[in-house]
Design a protein around this ligand. Structure first.
Ligand code: ADP
Length: 334
């Protein structure tokens, strides 16, 4: 009896799974395609089967038969075109639906990561304030709590700025003034390295910079800062705490080429195609609980486009580090 119950349970599970599989959009799409192709084939077979009889009937009225024969080819072509259009239409609708559901999934991931990112500094600040309320706190402890509180507030501000900046880019607006100016690349990158290392408490000697001190670029500085900030922050975030990061900048074909090479978690081909999309976070990054919102590379890519430049990533695969490239015209036209 127990065995029968177990078998019945197994059948119920299998049925539940197969129903679940059957109502999946991909299965529904494939089944629909099979159904309408089968329908057309059946109609053609049926028509071919009775066409002899139809011919005999038509031959009884010879002037009509000739007319039908002339129209047959045109009808065949129109039929093929209509079927082709139906097929293209369903594929377009299906692709659109798939994209929409991917965006909804990404927005869900974004909402959960952003809530987490907002909660942790707020919880730390709340704890700090409660500690400060306690009587007899030493001035050294007081100072440390204030400094940590300032770091948490800066983290919150950066996150909120990131959301505002990406929302402006998404609406086709610029989050900065678009005046171009001459920028010394070595000075700019050194400043950004210092900032990012301080924010992520990384030792400065972890990041190596190779850049001629005379390298100048005429560009929109806030846009370039957005690009470099996000790429250097990611290089640290997606690497082991002590891993080395190499940044280089050089002139190449009237362009400035900046490379940021890390020894971190790397990227596979599929990830590489998606990482610049808004809200996109790889499932590996989520599983490894690496903090993030999926906005950094979208911002970097949008800023590179404003500067008439390009940004792309290369990697030898998972666990083999990544290199991000930024190419910008040396003399951006205002
Ligand atoms: P976030 O880092 O907040 O998730 P980003 O837009 O900066 O968002 O990055 C999008 C995704 O690209 C990340 O979730 C991660 O999977 C991948 N990625 C970005 N930079 C690196 C890197 N240096 N090494 C490996 N993966 C990276």
């Amino acid at each position: 009896m127990e065995k029968i119950n177990r078998i019945l349970d197994l059948i119920a599970v299998c049925m539940r799974r197969s129903v679940h599989w059957l109502i999946h959009p991909i299965s529904v799409f494939v089944i629909l395609q099979i159904l309408w192709v089968a329908m057309v084939v059946l109609w053609v077979v049926w028509f071919a089967g009775i066409s002899e009889d139809l011919k005999n009937v038509a031959l009884a009225v010879p002037w009509k038969w000739k007319e039908h024969q002339e129209n047959a080819l045109i009808l065949l072509v129109i039929g093929c075109v209509l079927i082709g259009m139906l097929a293209v239409g369903t594929v377009v609708l299906f692709t659109f639906g798939q994209r929409q559901s991917a965006v909804i999934r990404q927005q869900r991931t974004f909402l959960s990561s952003v809530t987490h990112e907002l909660r942790s500094p707020l919880a730390a600040l709340q704890l700090a304030l409660e500690t400060l309320k306690r009587p007899g706190i030493s001035s050294a402890a007081f100072q440390t709590i204030l400094e940590n509180g300032a770091i948490d507030i800066e983290r919150l501000k950066r996150l909120i700025d990131q959301i505002l900046v990406s929302s402006r880019f998404d609406r086709g607006l610029l989050p900065f003034d678009s005046t171009t100016e001459d920028v010394n690349i070595q000075l700019l990158i050194t400043g950004i390295i210092n900032d990012v290392a301080r924010q992520s408490s990384a030792p400065l000697n972890q990041i190596e910079l190779s850049c001629p001190d005379s390298l100048q670029l005429k560009t929109i500085q806030p846009a370039l800062e957005l690009i470099l900030n996000n790429l250097i922050e990611n290089a640290l975030k997606y690497s082991k705490p002590d891993a080395n990061i190499k940044i280089s900048a050089s002139e190449f074909n009237e362009h400035l080429l900046i490379t940021i090479k890390d020894q971190g978690i790397g990227l596979d081909g599929r990830e590489r195609r998606k990482i610049f999309r808004m809200f996109h976070r790889s499932s590996r990054a989520v599983k490894m609980a690496i903090p993030g919102t999926g906005l950094g590379l979208f911002i970097a890519n949008s800023a590179a486009k404003v500067l008439s430049g390009k940004i792309w990533a290369e990697s030898k695969g998972i666990g083999k580090g990544s290199t991000f490239y930024v190419s910008l015209p040396l003399n951006m036209k205002a």
